[in-house]
Design a protein around this ligand. Sequence first.
Ligand code: KIV
Length: 275
Amino acid sequence: MKKTVTTFAKAKAEGEKLTMLTAYDYSTAKLIDASGVDSILVGDSLGNVMLGYEDTLSVTMEDMIHHGAAVARGAKEALVVIDMPFMSYQTSVYDAVVNAGRLMKEGRGQAVKLEGGKEVCPQIKAITEAGIPVCAHIGLTPQSINAFGGFKVQGKDEAAAKKLIEDALAVQEAGAFAVVLECVPEKLATIVTEKLNIPTIGIGAGAGCDGQVLVYADMLGMFSDFTPKFVKRFAETGNIMTEAFKAYNKEVKEGTYPTKEHTYAISDDVIEKLY
Ligand code: KIV
């Protein structure tokens, strides 16, 4: 059965952990969907993982729609959340609603995610009032990487920790159905989780969150440009792929692939007429 934002609310109420993984294409979405993972995030991390950018800033609405629609076709059960890319919502409430609408109509997401706390609450409220569920994202928000001056743990001093709690309460008040907490000390994330009625989805925020999210290529060991401390590699798929590519290269070059079992037959009568 298709999971919805109600699944998230129920999990929070019943103390059940939620799972979310990123995906950017149909085939990966199908595999994740079949695993029972609750939600697939079409993250703007596709800029790093799929497109080879050094950050997420260059990702466009067209990128998110293109990849979002592919994931939506593969996700029969998991809730599909699509990231709003940099400058698709910061510019105005109007832009935010129009672009969130495009991610639903053209990208076929069931919800959108955007980064920021109090400062984006007018956008969260307006998008939610348009009937589009919003997942908020606070703590380390990669679209603000230039303002942060790098990928750093957030909320470590008293003022920053208090601000994080205020932001979490504000996005909940604005209508968000869930909030991603990225790179936040575990004890602070646990306090935020206890204060909120909506689920917290942690990434680098410890076990006290209501759920967890990871970039699928990180947890499969497929993306090695950088590996944050919080990533656990559940498989070394990158090595398996490299070995398979090497074997293919070798077999084609030495003539051991393809063999008869990989080819199509034709009658000798037809062949004779071709000479
Ligand atoms: O873009 C992304 O993959 C994300 C997750 C890291 C939460 O926002």
